[in-house]
Design a protein around this ligand. Structure first.
Ligand SMILES: [Zn+2]
Length: 193
């Protein structure tokens, strides 16, 4: 049985991270996979693209780790650890990371790509009261905002549903008001409970 067959058998022909069944391919776990089944996983195109390109990260895609991090396959645990580490500004990701136990050898492997070792602070987006904002939250405006270029004023108290976070700027979120996607300063919103 070759590696590909072994991986298909192990995974039941599903992406070992998100269980997708399309566009599967062998992914050799960086940085130094020997190409064996133990050091490879079967991934869908979406998972491997996001692993290799941090700027393509779709946060909610990785909710799948809630299941796949419990895989008995160490290579899968290692990838789960790396992605949860990358996502740990999200409370759910930090929670999963806290539950994901790797033995010393596996942890060393997981850390071998440098994920999580850069000592930059995790960027947190805080609302006007210091509550942590996460993608998908609903917030309300705490003051009237003049929306530049759009020609309207967003009134205080307006609810903005399903916000997204501006990744490289902890002062800003994005949300849709009057059908327009706009950037909003975190200090002008309050997270809806
Ligand atoms: Zn996948």
């Amino acid at each position: 049985m070759n590696i590909e067959q072994a991986l298909h058998q192990r995974s039941e022909s599903k992406c070992e991270l998100c269980a997708a069944t399309d566009n599967l391919h062998i992914y050799e776990v960086p940085p130094s996979s020997n190409g064996s089944a133990e050091e490879s996983v079967l991934l869908c195109a979406s998972c491997s693209e996001q692993i290799d390109n941090p700027d393509k990260l779709e946060v909610h895609h990785w909710r799948c780790l809630n299941d796949s991090m419990w895989s008995p396959v160490v290579a899968v645990q290692v990838l789960a650890w790396r992605m949860l580490t990358r996502l740990r500004a999200e409370p759910w990701a930090q929670d999963l990371l806290d539950m994901l136990y790797l033995d010393d050898d596996s942890l060393a492997w997981a850390q071998a790509t440098g994920e999580g070792t850069e000592d930059e602070e995790v960027v947190k987006h805080l609302d006007s009261h210091g509550a942590v904002l996460t993608a998908g939250d609903t917030v309300t405006l705490i003051k009237d905002l003049n929306v530049k270029g759009a020609g309207f004023t967003a009134k205080r108290g307006t609810a903005v549903r399903g916000i997204s976070l501006v990744a490289d700027n902890p002062q800003q979120i994005e949300g849709r008001i009057n059908g327009q996607q706009i950037v909003i300063l975190c200090k002008f919103v309050k997270k809806a409970i």
